[in-house]
Ligand binder design. Structure first.
Ligand SMILES: C[S@@+](CC[C@H](N)C(=O)[O-])C[C@H]1O[C@@H](n2cnc3c(N)ncnc32)[C@H](O)[C@@H]1O
Length: 314
């Protein structure tokens, strides 16, 4: 049976069992560990995960609504449950579920966030790739990735509009640099009791180290193919920049070329605003980098963190 919260303004359109099972079917059969729903409602998603994975998972639930949390605590004494506002750092950080997520690390996040904007024009999020103005459900998704850092990923029900429309195109393009975003299934417009809405189940899964390295332009990595293929291993490559700057100055405009990264480009989290030299794509490396200058005085804004495909100068 579907139950709806009495509380107004929190979008308590709970997932019916078949939607919850469909969403959970996107998890791999090996899923285990802490699984969190940060907008848990009556816990339908986590209950479905327990049906599928049994005691291999520890269910952890967050919801902002006091009465919802009271009901959930009565119904599920074995779960970790916190009342918190998932969109508010202070509230989230003081919750016991967040504490467990920090200590034990999260395997998956299951999410069916509130969809409505209620007149608010969205929230601005700051990422490595710039600032984006996003709708509320996307804010939940982004915070699930950013604050809970699930090793497996997030499987979420989202309004179809946030995937199809132009408004979030830049956001998804930025996400695609570090995550694989897969549309699992479009849901019928009356899937949720009391709502008529076009929605879609998506999974957002971190790219593995090996898939980042195997992107075009990563050919000159020194890690052997066999080492790279171990996607369960957390490896760090040390790459020594070795391309003279003059090579970047000389690149032929017709050649396939990539931004060249030099010590003077390093400025903490901010991208350099200097015009970039370009160098041949055959010299490039791809991935997430902590870039440390080999010359010059250390400073708080160096090293820098960069993600993408670059040619590192000497
Ligand atoms: C659409 S319901 C989904 C519930 C459940 N995940 C499911 O699929 O059945 C959204 C839930 O988010 C909760 N919620 C709304 N705003 C929230 C916030 N800022 N932080 C945490 N939970 C919130 C609501 O109380 C509601 O239970």
């Amino acid at each position: 049976m579907q139950i709806r919260s009495e509380v107004q303004g929190v979008d308590a359109y709970y997932s019916p069992e078949w939607v919850a099972d469909l969403l959970v079917s996107a998890l791999p059969s090996s899923a285990s560990g802490v699984v969190i729903d940060p907008a848990a409602g009556d816990g339908a998603l986590l209950r479905s995960a327990e049906r599928r994975f049994g005691t291999s998972i520890q269910a952890a639930a967050v919801d902002v609504d006091r009465e919802t949390i009271r009901r959930l605590r009565r119904a599920e004494p074995g779960w970790l449950i916190s009342r918190a506002d998932f969109t508010n750092d202070r509230s989230l950080y003081s919750s016991s579920v967040y504490g467990v997520a920090q200590r034990a690390s999260v395997s998956w996040v299951l999410l069916n966030p509130p969809f409505s904007y209620r007149g608010n024009s969205g929230s601005t999020i700051t990422t490595l790739y710039g600032d984006f103005r996003v709708a509320r459900p996307v804010l939940f998704l982004w915070r699930a990735l950013e604050k809970l850092r699930p090793k497996g990923g997030v499987v979420a029900v989202l309004p179809a509009g946030v995937l199809d429309g132009d408004r979030h195109r830049d956001f998804w393009e930025a996400k695609a640099r570090l995550f694989t975003v897969t549309e699992i299934e479009r849901l019928p417009s009356r899937a949720f009791l009391g709502a008529v809405v076009s929605s879609v189940i998506v999974s957002v899964v971190p790219l593995t180290f090996s898939s980042l390295l195997n992107r075009p332009g990563a050919e000159h990595s020194t890690v052997s193919a066999q080492e790279k293929d171990n996607s369960t291993c957390c490896c760090v490559d040390i790459i020594r920049g070795r391309v003279p700057r003059a090579v970047g100055a000389e690149v032929d405009s017709g050649e396939s070329s990539i931004d060249m990264m030099h010590t003077t480009d390093l400025n903490g989290l901010r991208a350099s605003n200097r015009p970039h030299l370009r160098a041949s794509a055959s010299l490039a490396s791809s991935g997430v980098f902590v870039v440390i200058p080999r010359v010059g005085n250390p400073a708080s804004f160096r090293p820098a963190i960069r993600s993408g495909t670059f040619v590192f100068s000497d």
